[in-house]
Design a protein around this ligand. Structure first.
Ligand SMILES: [Fe+2]
Length: 358
């Protein structure tokens, strides 16, 4: 699968207005009089930020935009980033936060506990082609079919007791005892049930899967999709990167010579033992129009899986029913993607050769 350069425009695409309206209405169920806080930084073109603010105003909400400095490093460093008190104060007043800058942060967790809902159009990471990505993966995709499919996949995880990921001759096995599937469907509002579905979500849809308690996951895996780590949004290995785990701890890095050395150097220089723990999450991608761009849409490439490493204690605080005490802590969160693994839930194949059977 080739890495794809998306359509980077220098003007507002009229279709961006349509997809932002769809997001506010179908994903967020935005009501007149709501307080919308839009958090952005200079990574996202100002006409996209303005379109989010303008559409919220057009739907009779109050809408304020705050632009922050670009956080140091890439998304990897979100768990350890510091944010100004001014931003925390504004977040306390919000009913809906449109986050194009922050991602994982303590003040976002506090805002959710305070009753806010959070929608991240690009996983809390701004980008120059967010409009193209949202048009392609949401306006030109049946997002409600993706949502229902994500719910079915999550249910399969809930029913299973073991997950086995097979790549070539390697197997990675994760114990699913007392682990529930999470739909990660990309919706705050469920239009079928006419009820709230989540208080925090990433776009585009969807990434159904599991949060993995610390200490689980043994075996090896060949990573052929992407690696998100310092300071890249992602890097694609020329040949598979082979990672070996024992009881949820990364023990070996081999395979792609250049990337293996870079990853090993970065981890050893971090001085953060928590960064070696994982997988902390395992999620399917099931969006037919997601591609391997430098947007987090790569986590939604159909038939792929993305696993996270390092911190998941902050995110765990945003998902009900899961104690953050069983989730790993670190100053970083990094990810790897396998494009078309064979996956068994107990003894049943749920995914193979880019197809998902759910
Ligand atoms: Fe992740």
């Amino acid at each position: 699968m080739a890495s794809i350069s998306p359509d980077v425009s220098s003007r507002l695409k009229p279709d961006a207005i349509a997809v932002i309206k769809l997001i506010y209405e179908d994903v967020c169920n935005l009501q007149p009089g709501s307080n919308v806080l839009i958090i952005a930084d200079a990574r996202t073109p100002d006409y996209i930020v303005a379109a989010f603010q303008g559409m919220a105003l057009a739907l009779s909400a109050e809408a304020v935009t705050i632009e922050c400095r670009i956080p140091v490093g890439g998304a990897t460093y979100q768990p350890g980033s510091k944010w100004p008190k001014m931003l925390e104060a504004a977040a306390k007043e919000a009913d809906l936060i449109v986050d194009m800058a922050v991602g994982y942060a303590e003040f976002i967790v506090e805002a959710v506990k305070n009753g806010a809902r959070v929608m991240c159009p690009g996983d809390g990471i701004g980008g120059p082609f967010m409009d193209d990505m949202l048009i392609r993966t949401m306006l030109h995709t049946d997002i409600h079919a993706v949502r229902r499919h994500a719910d079915r996949i999550a249910q399969r995880f809930t029913e299973a007791s073991t997950c086995t990921v097979i790549t070539g001759d390697d197997e990675l096995v994760i114990d699913l005892t007392d682990v529930e599937g999470a739909s990660g469907c990309g919706f705050l509002w469920d239009a079928d049930k006419q009820d709230w579905k989540a208080n925090w979500t990433f776009l585009p849809p969807a990434q159904p899967g599991i949060l993995v308690p610390k200490g689980r996951g043994s075996g090896s895996i060949n990573v052929d999709g992407t690696l998100l780590y310092h300071p890249n949004y992602h890097e694609k290995p020329d040949s598979p990167l082979r990672l070996t785990f024992s009881d949820g701890h990364l023990e070996g890095i081999a395979g792609d010579r250049i990337l293996a050395a870079r990853l090993e150097n970065w981890l050893s220089e971090l001085g953060d033992e928590g960064a070696y723990y994982g997988p902390v999450h395992l999620n399917f991608g099931n969006n037919p129009n997601a591609v391997l761009s430098q947007s987090q849409e790569w986590e939604r490439v159909y038939g792929s899986i993305t696993c996270g490493m390092g911190d998941f204690s902050l995110l765990g605080g945003l998902i009900p029913g899961i104690s953050s005490a069983i989730l790993n802590k670190s100053t970083v969160h990094w990810d790897w993607t396998v494009l078309q693994p064979k996956i068994l839930l107990d003894d049943k194949v749920i995914s193979e050769n880019g197809k998902i059977f759910a």
